[in-house]
Design a protein. Structure first.
Length: 610
């Protein structure tokens, strides 16, 4: 009997498992109610559609009818797409850390019917390999513990859940600290933040570039922190950033079509792990030079962009060549030869937060490098996501595919990253409508208007968003968006709220920057004097556009508008733009919203910026 219930799932990852001889369920209260009724544990397997080792475990174990029968008889089996449900993934990862430090996907966890993890690991092979047991052995050991040592299982599961609950409560306490003018005092000092650059210098691989040994990741939040400190005048950070970008650009990590792979398995950036994620490439756009940014944007446009303008999540590492499913072979072929072969499939989810990250990267790169096509790509993605995932200024859909919208709730990742992306696009294009929506999203995020999964809520194991190493976190993005809105509205409570969001993460980041680099960047901006640069001109080729793009640095907000757009911003309540429509062209350099006399020529504008 096949009771697999994934055939109607929206998630492409879940649908990949719809033909398994495993009676998979989707995550939700029904699966745990079934486990309580039957008195069996829940096996939850977490992965995503372009995950190579997820594919391997699926072929080796989940396609095996005997394993399927074991799972059917003794467990309730649940599949989770970590892209669709980052809240569930974060909670299970936190629990799994009690059993292994080698965290990753596929993530294999075993839970009580109450939703508490009592054993976890990652990939398990079909036969024992060294010290790694076979998946069948894991199932037998888990079942033995469940039936013969139930008190021990329940005690361990309860202890892990209690630890997660305590950590979540501590995070909530840190976020809800003093909301008055003293809130900035919780941030690390500028000196403490810039001292992190010295740590990174000591960790630099001076032979091959980047940081540490194998595997090598692009770590775009870390690169953006270096870009922030470089813009703040740190020459050491500028050198580290330049060498890291050069290493990525000139290595096998960058494909011939401009796209960047998830990581390299070797210290010299060779032998990539061939999947290509939207978030890595979007993150690079915010820091890359003109040529590198152009290559990444070409990959987004040619490979990940849908007809409606939105970007899908990723491209797989595997493809079918000569009837065989192989990893990386398509990418190793010359570009001309690839055209004759079926390309690796796409993870066709449109994720709100990841698109926000792409909108941000494209808008920043387009403004910095004077490339209107990049800004147009950002606008196309924004319009598509706003039409399908946002209603009346609120994110209503986290994930959608051509098969429909997922029921997964929006998270801080979706709200924060989209808000920040829309603000960058608004400042680059002068279109106030994007800023109006961003303001509504920030209000939602600061009020924590996103639901908690009922299973995690009942179990007390909802962790909230965890620190990020590979992509900018929604929490940092929400804080950055609030900081920008404070600059253009004059509402200082937004600045204090931003400080509360990132203070604890930034303090941790001064000791452990990996995973907290995005919070460090926001903290640096909050610790710098607030400066606003507004260029008002009807001429898209006015040289003051380029000067404004070069003024971007921590603590500075840069906007370019026409006189009509300035009136629209002012009318929408963004007081920085009041009375900015009288002169064309004119540039305004303001410190804490107190502005110098308007600059009418590029030379005067350049002097004021300096």
């Amino acid at each position: 009997m096949n009771d697999n219930r994934l055939g109607t799932a929206v998630s492409p990852y879940l649908r990949l498992h719809a033909d398994n001889p495993v009676d998979w369920r989707e995550w939700g209260p029904a699966a745990f109610a079934e486990a309580r009724e039957r008195g069996v544990p829940v096996m939850v397997s977490v992965g995503y559609a372009t995950c190579h080792w997820c594919h391997v475990m699926a072929r080796e174990s989940f396609a095996d009818p005997e394993i399927g029968e074991l799972l059917r008889r003794d467990f309730v089996s649940v599949k989770v797409d970590r892209e669709e449900r980052p809240d569930v993934d974060a909670s299970l990862m936190a629990s799994a850390s009690a059993f292994t430090q080698q965290l990753g996907w596929p993530l294999t966890t075993f839970l009580t019917p109450e939703g508490h993890v009592f054993f976890a690991g990652t990939y398990f092979p079909p036969f024992p390999v060294g010290q790694v047991p076979a998946f069948r052995q894991i199932l037998a050991a888990v079942l033995d513990a469940w039936t013969e040592r139930r008190h021990e299982v329940d005690a361990n599961a309860a202890a892990i859940a209690a630890a997660i609950r305590q950590g979540a409560e501590a995070d909530a306490t840190a976020r809800s600290g003093d909301g008055g003018a003293g809130a900035d005092q919780g941030l690390p000092s500028v000196d403490a933040i810039r001292a992190v650059v010295n740590q990174l210098s000591r960790a630099e691989d001076t032979t091959y570039g980047g940081f540490g040994g194998a595997p090598k990741f692009p770590s775009t939040p870390l690169l953006e922190f270096l870009a922030d400190t470089a813009a703040d005048g740190d020459a050491e950070a500028d050198g580290l950033l330049d060498r890291s970008l050069h290493a990525i650009r000139g290595s096998e990590l960058t494909d011939a079509d401009g796209g960047v792979f998830r990581y390299a398995t070797q210290r010299d950036w060779s032998v990539p792990h061939y999947e290509r994620m939207l978030y890595d490439n979007a993150g690079l756009l915010a820091v890359a030079g003109s040529e590198q940014a152009r290559g990444v944007a070409d990959f987004l446009r040619n490979t990940l962009r849908r007809d409606d303008g939105a970007f899908v999540a990723a491209q797989d590492s595997e493809s079918t060549i000569d009837g065989r499913r192989v990893e990386g072979e398509w990418y190793r072929r010359p570009i001309a030869e690839r055209a004759q072969l079926d390309p690796p499939p796409l993870d066709d989810q449109v994720l709100t937060g990841w698109n926000g990250l792409a909108i941000r990267g494209l808008a920043i790169a387009g403004a910095r490098h004077g490339d209107p096509e990049l800004v147009a790509l950002a606008r196309g993605a924004a319009d598509a996501v706003l039409a399908a995932h946002v209603q009346d200024g609120h994110v209503t859909v986290r994930s959608s595919t051509p098969r429909g919208a997922s029921s997964a709730p929006a998270t801080v990742e979706d709200i924060g990253l989209l808000a920040e992306g829309l603000l960058e696009l608004a400042l680059a294009t002068g279109e106030v409508s994007y800023a109006v929506t961003a303001r509504s999203l920030v209000d939602d995020g600061l009020a924590e208007r996103f639901p908690v999964d009922p299973v995690l809520a009942a179990a007390g194991t909802a962790t909230g968003e965890q620190p990020q190493t590979a992509m900018r976190s929604g929490t940092a993005a929400l804080a950055a968006a609030a900081t920008t809105l404070s600059s253009v509205t004059g509402d200082q409570t937004l600045r204090y709220a931003a400080a509360r969001l990132v203070a604890e993460r930034a303090r941790t980041g001064t000791e452990r920057p990996l995973g907290h680099a995005d919070a460090l960047g926001v903290a640096l901006a909050l610790q710098r004097p607030s400066r606003q640069v507004v260029v008002v001109t009807s001429d898209p080729d006015d040289p003051m556009h380029a000067l404004a793009a070069g003024a971007r640095r921590p603590g500075t907000v840069v906007a370019t508008v026409t006189p009509g757009q300035a009136r629209a911003w002012a009318g929408a309540g963004f007081s920085l733009f009041e009375a900015r429509d009288a002169l064309d062209p004119a540039a305004y350099v303001c410190h804490d919203r107190v502005c110098d006399l308007p600059a009418r020529t590029p030379d005067v504008f350049a002097e004021q910026i300096d």
